[in-house]
Design a protein around this ligand. Structure first.
Ligand code: MN
Length: 328
């Protein structure tokens, strides 16, 4: 058993114990049928990744898994906003034993642990930590693919930032370059939602990339301003139709700074003019209405706080609670 976590507490309504299928046995048994079982599975496993070593501004995302679990106990099992009970099968597998200061090593350990979940037909919910940890989860899912990459997987990325610079202050493996590492894995499509801050290099990189779609916060929030930062303005309705058009496997990565700092102040890099939660819930709901997709993994990163009861932690817990209500 490789699974490399400890359990400081569990997310509300999670199942008591997890019995992981032996990973060595799984490697021998893996065939197309078992991959299909995984893709269609509605079982989820939460792994916290308390890692924030490449953080460049507000530190503290290493405490996020603990704060989010604690905040999760504020919700009812009946999720009245969707008229649905949170009674699906999901497990809280605890926190990864991270290697502070070593992003690659931490991602490798996470990749191994996510592969163990996959072997038991359990899909990963990763609670960061900083954004770089998404790579461990996404790499594990890519390794399951026929070509070992993301050519059959759509990545939905909600973030104030594009995170698509090749290196950030000399680091290839950084919270600020995570989507470039994901793009290196050849995604079917990268859909960036809530964007409102990026460098000129990132602007030039995404130009003419047919498999990158951008939905700027300015154009999709309810109190949007006038004008646009792009000639091809895509509105909130365009975003919902885009979501409706997705087919196949989907991975979702949520940087908490996608939200407006007025509702999510405790993040690594707060950025004004962000999304509000109702808009976000509509995105989740649209995904749940799309029967042509299978969500195969999900991460939520960049909550940075060390205060129990932090409102941003409550929002993060609500996102996971809503996700599990809709998709487990
Ligand atoms: Mn960000």
């Amino acid at each position: 058993m490789l699974f490399n976590t400890y359990e400081p507490g569990k997310f509300a309504f999670s199942q008591e114990s997890i019995d992981l299928y032996d990973s060595n046995q799984r490697d021998d048994d893996l065939n197309n049928q078992s991959v299909d079982d995984f893709i269609k599975s509605k079982k989820w496993g939460i792994i916290g990744v308390p890692f924030d070593s490449t953080c460049s501004y507000h530190h503290g995302s290493r405490y996020a898994p603990t704060l989010i679990r604690e905040a999760s106990f504020g919700f009812e099992q009946y999720n009245c906003e969707f008229d649905k009970l949170l009674d699906g099968e999901f497990y809280d597998c605890g926190d990864l034993n991270v290697v502070h200061g070593n992003c690659m090593k931490t991602c490798e350990i996470l990749e191994d642990s996510v592969k163990e979940l996959i072997g038991s037909n359990i899909k990963p919910i990763i609670i960061g930590g900083e954004h770089s940890v998404s790579l461990g989860s996404i790499s594990a899912l890519a390794s399951l693919e026929e070509y070992g990459d993301l050519r059959d997987i759509t990545v939905i990325h909600l973030d104030a930032h594009r995170d698509i610079i090749d290196e950030y202050i000399g680091e290839k493996y950084s919270h600020a370059s995570i989507m470039k590492r994901v793009y290196d894995l050849n995604p079917k499509e990268l859909i960036q939602i809530g964007i409102r801050s990026f460098s000129i290099e990132e602007k030039e990189f995404v130009e003419n990339k047919e498999n990158i779609s951008s939905f700027y916060a300015k154009n999709i929030t309810s109190n949007n301003g006038n004008g646009s930062i792009s000639e091809n303005v895509k509105t909130f309705e365009d975003l919902l139709s885009k979501i409706d058009s997705i087919e196949g496997k989907v991975y979702i990565s949520i940087d908490m700074d996608v939200f407006d700092p007025s509702i999510a102040p405790s993040v690594g890099n707060p950025t004004p003019n962000g999304l509000y939660y109702r808009e976000f819930q509509s995105i989740f709901e649209s995904l749940s209405f799309n029967e042509k997709i299978d969500i195969i993994g999900f991460d939520l990163v960049e909550l940075a706080s060390d205060k129990l009861g932090d409102v941003t932690a409550v929002l993060a817990a609500k996102i996971i609670y809503d996700f599990l209500t809709l998709f487990s």
